[in-house]
Design a protein around this ligand. Sequence first.
Ligand code: SF4
Length: 221
Amino acid sequence: MARRALTPWDDETPLDVPISAIEHFSYCPRQCALIHMEQTFEENVYTIRGQLAHQRVDGGDSENRPGVSVRRGLPLWSERLGLRGRADVVEFAAGEQPFPVEYKVGRRRPPHADLQLCAQALCLEEMLETVVPAGAIYSHAERRRHILRFTDELRSQTMTMIGEIRTQLRQQLLPPAVDDARCPPCSLVHDCLPQVSAHPARLRGLQGALFRPLEAIDDDA
Ligand code: SF4
């Protein structure tokens, strides 16, 4: 099917951005590049907890409750924005607008999941030719829903980030490591090695040591 390039950052052959990349990029652009460009993935306690929490929604079992149809694992896309992905849950209540719900194992940490959920709303609006004014992030850790309104500002931030991710993917850009508070809980910390990769002088020293004869290293000791 012919695709239209309607966004200012998308004047070449469109490249679909995975909706999941938005949360990764928001958390750390390097994490996004490692996952979506280099297909790096590691499990840690947080990813395993997340998988367990998502088992039901990933199963795609939908149900009808009184007055509301609950769709799980709903495929999403936007031709206009070049987006594709899946919604954990979308609720369709009688006489109301579609209501996407994103499940998170930990506490809500704005703006990462907020941007991801907003991207889901933008897809739903295009797919269903409707308006999606609000959604929710369900935190398993907090056992509560955070209602999120899709303001003009949040929509603008989300579309800007989609453009930045598309540029990163298209140009195969691997940003430098940050080595800050984001790194210890990051599942990619052992692939990224921020304690070395974020420090050029340390990295150069270790690279040099790799090619020094063992005797020279022993002499230095
Ligand atoms: S370890 Fe740190 S710099 Fe590396 S991807 Fe994770 S958050 Fe980003």
